[in-house]
Design a protein around this ligand. Structure first.
Ligand code: SF4
Length: 466
């Protein structure tokens, strides 16, 4: 699952934990859940949709975990009956956990029919704990040898809060502490709101144990492998105020805009009247691009703020319907102007095509379209629900073909070098841009697809190729 996860230790009000979870809503709003410890053991409450709807008691708990869910494996949550099966956190015996990421070989390890990889990890860790005398470190060492994919998780074991990040470090996970509290979360913005200063990222392959007396232990489970931090966190997923691997996401997006300006100049196009961001993700990049080109940035495409992210809508039909009502245009500013629209990425091309048509319908003389991300040519098997080639226009269409499809007067894509320099760290996963999957089983899925073709329905990593 692509998710936001949260862990709290040291006595927090459960309603406050729910407020903190709201800061991770942009990472998933299919369903949400909180789990806490009371005198009778683990208690949980889950809801379809937004965390604001989780019903919780007006009480405190020494230790709380939670997640917002965006499904990249198993089905979407369509009824309350689905909540216990598909939505973390889960608990088994002494352990409870929830995770962000996608286990690519779950169907190969088990035929138990799991629909949710968080539940699978919970059950497997419970088994490994019983086989290893309750030793969590040893259980994790064995788990790491079995599973392939991305998983940043938080959990509880015998009153201890733990955090683990897979050896590649695909998905972000950070923590901070005060004298009396520990906060672990997918994004540092949660720490700010909880009053904890960002201490650092959980290192890839590191298991952290946080004890009630605020001491901490770090165990190396699978460190030493090359890291593969998901570049798309910086481009799209994370909040601009988040700091991941010591990079402020806002600054990265600003640098992406500067790099796009260089790309624009190379194309010798007529200067636009305005640079216009597609809200909200591309705003910092648009600002930088406008400054570099010396033209004004104007926010003439406004978001209908009562809609969620179209990317995490439940179906293509729902996505299409949302896209039609997603934007409101400042019509007076458009007529007769050459407009350079900036979006974070072009996935299916439908939103780009709609925006270009909307601007032309309102009298724009030319519309250039720029993407802060290079063409996405390959699916992601690590926890973003672009799971088949068929969902990506760039998988089989040239840049010229995409420009023609979206009816733009020019299409300006970020170059790979611009992206990598803007992110500023070396060890990033770029598999959806270059097809170089960093883990063994994802490479096998890819090889199978090269032979048998991509699925037209469902997710390729959930297919059986045997
Ligand atoms: S394939 Fe792309 S979206 Fe998936 S983890 Fe790698 S960089 Fe991120």
């Amino acid at each position: 699952m692509m998710c936001g996860v949260l862990g709290l230790l040291g006595g927090h009000s459960i309603p406050f934990a729910k407020d903190l979870l709201l800061l991770l809503t942009h990472r998933g709003q299919d369903a949400s859940g909180l789990l806490w410890v009371d005198s009778d053991g683990y208690r949980s409450s889950k809801t379809m949709g937004h965390p604001a709807m989780i019903e919780v008691p007006n009480a405190r708990s020494e230790i709380i975990i939670g997640s917002t869910r965006y499904p990249t494996c198993g089905k979407k949550v369509v009824s309350k009956d689905d909540l216990m099966t598909f939505v973390g956190p889960f608990s088994r015996e002494s352990i409870a956990l929830t995770h962000n990421g996608n286990i690519t070989n779950m169907k190969r390890i088990t035929n138990a029919g799991y629909e949710c990889d968080s539940e699978f990890i919970t059950d497997r860790l419970a088994e490994l704990l019983s086989q290893n005398d309750g030793n969590l470190t040893r259980a994790f060492r064995e788990l790491d040898k079995e599973i392939d994919g991305a998983y940043s998780l938080v959990g509880i074991h015998n009153g201890v809060l733990f955090a683990y990040r897979d050896a590649r470090g695909f998905k972000p996970l950070v923590f901070g502490r005060t004298e009396s509290h520990t906060v672990v979360a997918s994004e540092s913005t949660v720490l700010d709101m909880a009053g904890a200063t960002l201490e650092r990222d959980v290192y890839p392959g590191e298991l952290l144990l946080f004890y009630p007396d605020m001491s901490m232990e770090s165990h190396s489970i699978a460190q030493g492998r090359t890291h593969s931090h998901c570049f798309f966190e910086y481009v799209y997923f994370a909040h601009p105020a988040a700091t991941i691997e010591n990079q402020l996401v806002y600054d990265t997006r600003f640098r992406l805009g500067r790099a796009l300006a260089q790309r624009f100049r190379k194309m010798s196009l007529e200067m636009p009247d305005y640079v216009v961001p597609v809200p909200d993700t591309s705003r910092p990049a648009s600002q930088a691009l406008a400054e570099e080109l010396g033209v004004p940035m104007r926010e003439i495409i406004l978001k209908n703020r009562y809609l969620g992210r179209t990317f995490i809508a439940r179906s293509q039909e729902e996505r299409d319907a949302m896209a039609k009502t997603k934007y409101i245009y400042l019509e007076d500013k458009i007529r007769g102007k050459t407009i350079l629209v900036v979006d974070d990425s072009i996935v299916r091309g439908t939103t780009a095509k709609m925006i270009v048509a909307d601007l032309k319908k309102r009298g724009a003389s030319k519309v250039y379209f720029a993407a802060t991300c290079p063409p996405q040519t390959h699916p992601c098997y690590y926890g973003i629900d672009i799971a088949t080639d068929k969902e990506l226009i760039a998988s089989d269409t040239s840049i010229e073909g995409i420009a023609k499809y979206i009816q733009a007067d020019a299409l300006i894509y970020q170059e790979m070098v611009g992206l990598v320099n803007a992110i500023g760290i070396k060890d990033v996963c770029l598999a959806c841009l270059d097809g170089e999957y960093p883990t063994r089983y994802a490479r096998q899925i890819r090889e199978n697809i090269e032979v048998s073709g991509s699925s037209s329905m469902g997710r390729d990593y959930e297919r059986s190729f045997e």
